[in-house]
Design a protein around this ligand. Structure first.
Ligand SMILES: *[C@@H]1O[C@H](CO)[C@@H](O)[C@H](O)[C@H]1NC(C)=O
Ligand SMILES: *[C@@H]1O[C@H](CO)[C@@H](O)[C@H](O)[C@H]1NC(C)=O
Ligand SMILES: *[C@@H]1O[C@H](CO)[C@@H](O)[C@H](O)[C@H]1NC(C)=O
Ligand SMILES: *[C@@H]1O[C@H](CO)[C@@H](O)[C@H](O)[C@H]1NC(C)=O
Ligand SMILES: *[C@@H]1O[C@H](CO)[C@@H](O)[C@H](O)[C@H]1NC(C)=O
Ligand SMILES: *[C@@H]1O[C@H](CO)[C@@H](O)[C@H](O)[C@H]1NC(C)=O
Ligand SMILES: CC(=O)N[C@H]1CO[C@H](CO)[C@@H](O)[C@@H]1O
Length: 918
């Protein structure tokens, strides 16, 4: 009963979400709720986690200078941040809340570590710089200050931070100014903010400036005016639903390895995306619109001349250029023309190297076959997307809190029963109630069950479930810490802003087991998928984990040593067979590589078996801005699944490997969950006298991405990295040949792991795999053992698909493609040297041996594979933008009004009946 009543009501509220709200008369729930969140492992028991800026003296009347008050609200309580010595901490989290109002600032606000800056989404507060604003550091809001020319927190360690529901206004500032300085890494986001910048380009106003990091997510942002809406440099990022009006350049891409833009709308700018910089790996642009903008995308790529052949790769799919003179402009002229009536890159366009059948082949064209539509995953003519719910319309009284149910969250008390009771009751009261998990560390000794039909939100990204005890300790008997639905359960959940962890050595812990099937209706808008936003897995490296420097210091000097006290998790996130219809956004499945609390960020060796495993048989899984790092067997494995949208995905191999090699210490191969068998396949690769790859990169290293019997999977941008061997980075150092590991990505049919013949390979099980902008570091092959080839007619066979046999930092294979319905399949389970040798693929394939899963009945032609000279890693050394400008006072102050009926450029999510009218 609950299911149907609940979904109907929920659908109604989902559909209503886009409708403008009346001015609120009651406090936003987050402010109105009792504030019982705690920082469990902070020695100061009086530490205050929740702060309303008005309690610290901010007035918000559009006149009073609130700079000091806001900075006080952020910094109170001996926190980690600003100019203090601290470089990271999980023990001083804070929510800093801004009620409606206009907060004037005369100098910068300094954002601290582990801080959530959140405005009332129903009536968004404005932070406005005064005319005499002095950016003493970078930006109206500085996320990471420079000290002695270096960023205070290492940009790649800026974690667990959010900025939401705030409007930044720079328009009074006559000279150069940046609204937000945001060097950022995993588990960070800026959501639902507005940037009102001067439309006078000579004034050098920028909305967001980011020069480095390893992010992250930006979504639902609107920019008005500006010389630059955004200036963006970072290893990789996912950005979705950004709208730019009237900027000179909407997005200046400073540098990157890989970047995924989805739903970018550019109106009335001079340039949409400027990606001319010399150290740009790739851009993937999906479901976007450029309107009345002379140049859509300006690229610096000159094919065949680059040191890094893939550099500057651009993939576009479903992008509309309307009233655009030149859709894509390169250094040698027009790459894609535009015209007044509109140019539509309906399916796709690739500008880079294509590995179809193999490559690199310089490519610059449209080929619909490379861009199959995953129709199951679309809503209207775009891929489905949905932002984290903020429960604007839910009163504080409708939240059931963990404290009300007796959960202490103090990191000591066993809260298993209390948390289960909370979620159970929230499900009973679906859709009237939302479960609120107050900040705190909830020790649990048995599984926490999230039943179907429940909404859950945590506080401060610091509501942490810590699995501990004997139930989670057996490597041969995996046991879930949090289980979402039982296998076979049908229903719906929304879950956001929480972390699932372990305390101590929990070798059998499956941190999140997701079993829920969410029903789909004829229209995704009214039967939305379930969602997990900012739900993270964090294993080790934080106070209370008992997996810190004291316990798990790295041991590169010892050979194949594993400290049993640091074998901490079996599997991070398991989306099981029965699960389906799940939207994930900004999820980081992390096993710690360093101790966040340590002043030197010292490295630690914590062992977790597997990262993300997707086995959903029905599929419909969206994974936006997800990452998985430092798990010993693989970061991502998709097995027996289909219809999966991924972008951007990011991984890192454990820093200790190959000391010990994968899969140690998780030596048992669990064929039930299709574990890779390193012993078998690495032996096959080396014992046939073919030798190893040049430089002998180790084989027994974690996979970045493993696709086993997966169909209709599109990866829109991937950054899969291997920087270390036994804590030494020389294997990935510039010019050293990408020697950290031999292989990174596997695609193959499901094979019986103990059967080395190809008999049970069924090629129709591997179809429709598209990987756009695959970027790897430190892996000599991007593709690998078990590379999958597809074939046309048997004797006239043409190898249709291959991955790049060599890799290069910051360069990318623009497109790795496979056709949707190959007639025959083929698994080459051969060795690296063959796949990487100069020579005819026919010869390579003829050298089958019984340990390689080679189907000798099929032959390829035209399949020579070449080894490119390895190219060097590019290190970005952080040049700052101009700090000041001599620009004169504004001639134009007209800023488009921000009416309550924001002019959404696309139909709302409720319109699923027809193609969009762009
Ligand atoms: C996109 O962002 C706008 C502005 O923040 C918001 O109103 C809209 O709901 C967002 N759309 C989606 C699909 O997330
Ligand atoms: C693009 O950006 C570069 C800086 O990377 C700049 O030199 C160039 O003028 C820009 N191009 C346009 C058309 O704005
Ligand atoms: C403009 O673009 C449209 C869509 O690609 C195309 O059909 C039309 O021929 C173009 N017109 C001109 C004048 O190039
Ligand atoms: C293998 O995985 C299955 C499915 O998760 C599990 O039930 C079983 O206990 C695992 N076996 C071992 C030995 O880990
Ligand atoms: C795997 O293959 C082996 C050898 O052919 C066979 O004995 C075994 O039954 C197969 N297992 C499965 C699960 O198919
Ligand atoms: C291969 O798999 C397809 C789809 O699962 C199935 O229809 C077909 O019978 C299989 N072929 C073989 C030879 O097993
Ligand atoms: C070169 C080589 O060993 N080729 C063998 C590949 O496998 C087939 C079938 O087992 C043999 O007939 C070939 O001799």
């Amino acid at each position: 009963m609950h299911l149907f009543r609940g979904l109907g009501l929920l659908a109604a509220s989902f559909a209503a979400a886009a409708v403008a709200q009346a001015p609120p008369t009651t406090p936003y729930w987050m402010d109105g709720i009792a504030h019982n969140g705690i920082a469990s492992f902070n020695a100061d028991k009086s530490y205050v986690l929740y702060r309303n800026v008005k309690d610290y003296g901010a007035v918000g009347d559009g006149a009073t200078d609130d700079t000091a008050a806001i900075n006080a609200a952020i910094s109170a309580g001996n926190r980690c941040g600003g100019f203090t010595a601290c470089v990271g901490s999980t023990t001083t989290p804070a929510v800093v809340f801004f009620p409606a109002g206009t907060y004037m600032i005369s100098s910068s606000i300094i954002d601290y570590y582990y801080t959530q800056l959140i405005g009332d989404p129903r009536d968004m507060p404005t932070i406005k710089a005064t005319a005499s604003f002095v950016p003493n550091i970078i930006g109206m809001l500085d996320g990471d200050v420079y000290v002695n020319g270096k960023l205070k927190y290492t940009s790649t360690n800026v974690f667990f931070r959010q900025l939401r529901n705030i409007r930044f206004d720079t328009t009074l500032v006559p000279g150069a100014v940046t609204a937000v300085h945001w060097p950022s890494a995993q588990a960070t986001s800026i959501q639902n903010c507005v940037f009102v910048l001067s439309p006078d380009a000579t004034r050098q106003h920028t909305g967001i400036f980011m020069e480095e990091g390893s992010g992250g997510l930006l979504n639902d942002l609107v920019f008005y005016g500006g010389t630059y809406g955004c200036q963006l440099g970072n290893q990789q990022y996912t950005m979705r639903n950004l709208t730019f009006f009237n900027a000179e350049t909407a997005i200046l891409q400073i540098w990157n390895w890989a970047w995924t833009y989805k739903s970018i709308y550019v109106y009335d700018c001079q340039v949409g995306i400027n990606m001319t910089g010399p150290i740009i790996g790739s851009v993937t642009l999906v479901d976007s619109l450029f309107d009345n903008t002379p140049v859509g995308v300006i690229s610096g790529r000159v094919p065949n001349t680059q040191v890094h052949p893939g550099a500057g790769s651009l993939i576009m799919e479903n992008v509309v250029f309307r009233q655009v003179n030149t859709a894509v402009l390169g250094p040698q002229g027009t790459v894609v023309p535009g015209n007044a009536t509109g140019t539509v890159v309906k399916k796709g366009f690739a500008y880079g190297n294509v590995y179809v059948p193999n490559g690199p082949n310089v490519y610059q064209s449209f080929n619909d076959a490379y861009f199959p539509e995953l129709t199951e995953l679309r809503l209207g003519n775009k891929y489905f997307e949905r932002s984290k719910p903020q429960y604007d319309d839910v009163p504080a009284s409708s939240f059931l809190t963990a404290r009300q149910f007796g959960a202490k969250g103090d990191g000591v008390t066993d809260d298993t029963v209390a948390l289960n009771a909370l979620f159970h009751e929230a499900a009973n009261e679906f859709t009237d109630s939302v479960a609120f998990v107050d900040a705190g560390y909830y020790l649990v000794t048995d599984t926490i069950h999230i039943p179907p039909n429940v909404r859950i939100v945590g506080e401060a990204l610091s509501a942490v479930i810590l699995g501990t005890g004997t139930k989670f300790q057996d490597m041969n008997a995996p046991y879930p810490v949090v289980q979402v639905g039982q296998p076979g359960d049908v229903g719906y959940i929304e879950w956001s802003d929480m972390i699932v962890s372990t305390q101590g050595a929990m070798a059998g812990a499956v941190l999140i087991e997701y079993n829920l099937e969410t029903p789909t209706g004829p229209c995704t808008a009214t039967n939305p998928p379930s969602g997990m936003w900012d739900v993270h897995v964090r294993v080790g490296g934080f106070a209370g984990s008992q997996l810190q420097l004291a316990q798990c210091n790295k041991t590169p000097q010892l050979s194949n040593y594993v400290n049993p006290a640091c074998v901490a998790a079996y599997l991070g996130l398991h989306i099981t067979r029965s699960a389906s219809n799940l939207y994930m956004e900004n999820n980081w499945i992390w096993t710690a590589d360093h101790d966040i609390e340590d002043p030197l960020s010292s490295q630690i060796s914590v062992f977790s078996g597997r990262g993300i495993l997707v086995e959903s048989e029905k599929g419909r899984i969206w994974m936006l801005a997800t990452c998985a790092e430092h798990h010993v067997k693989y970061q991502y494995q998709l097995a027996n699944t289909r219809n999966v949208w991924m972008g951007l995905i990011q991984t890192e191999t454990p820093y200790f490997q190959p000391n010990p090699p994968a899969p140690a210490p998780f030596n048992p191969v669990n064929t039930t969950i299709h574990d890779p068998d390193f012993e078998l396949d690495c032996a096959a690769a080396t014992d046939n006298n073919e030798g190893a790859l040049p430089g002998s990169p180790p084989c027994a290293m974690a996979w970045g991405l493993r696709l086993v019997n997966a169909q209709n999977v599109s990866v829109y941008g991937a950054g899969l990295y291997s920087f270390f061997n036994n804590y030494d980075t020389s294997c990935s150092a510039p010019g050293n040949g990408e020697l950290c590991q031999a292989r990174m990505v596997y695609t193959g049919a499901l094979v019986n792991e103990t059967n080395v013949n190809a008999a049970n390979v069924n090629s129709t099980d591997v179809a429709g795999i598209e990987i756009y902008n695959l970027n790897t570091i430190g892996s000599q092959n991007q593709g690998s053992l078990g590379i999958n080839f597809e074939w046309g007619e048997a004797e006239e066979a043409e190898m249709r698909h291959g991955m790049r046999p060599d890799t290069a930092s910051t360069s990318s294979s623009a497109l790795a493609s496979s056709a949707a319905s190959p007639s025959q399949g083929y698994i080459c389970y051969g060795n690296w040297k063959e796949l990487c040798s100069l020579g005819d693929i026919e010869d390579v394939l003829a050298k089958n041996n019984t340990k390689r899963r080679i189907d000798t009945n099929k032959k390829a032609k035209n399949g020579s594979l070449t080894v490119e000279a390895p190219v060097s890693t590019i290190v970005y050394n952080g040049t700052l933008p101009p700090a000041t400008s001599t620009a004169s006072a504004p001639t134009t102050t007209q800023i488009p009004s921000l009416s309550s009926s924001f002019p959404l450029p696309v139909p709302s999510q409720t319109d699923c009946s027809s193609e969009y009218e762009w």
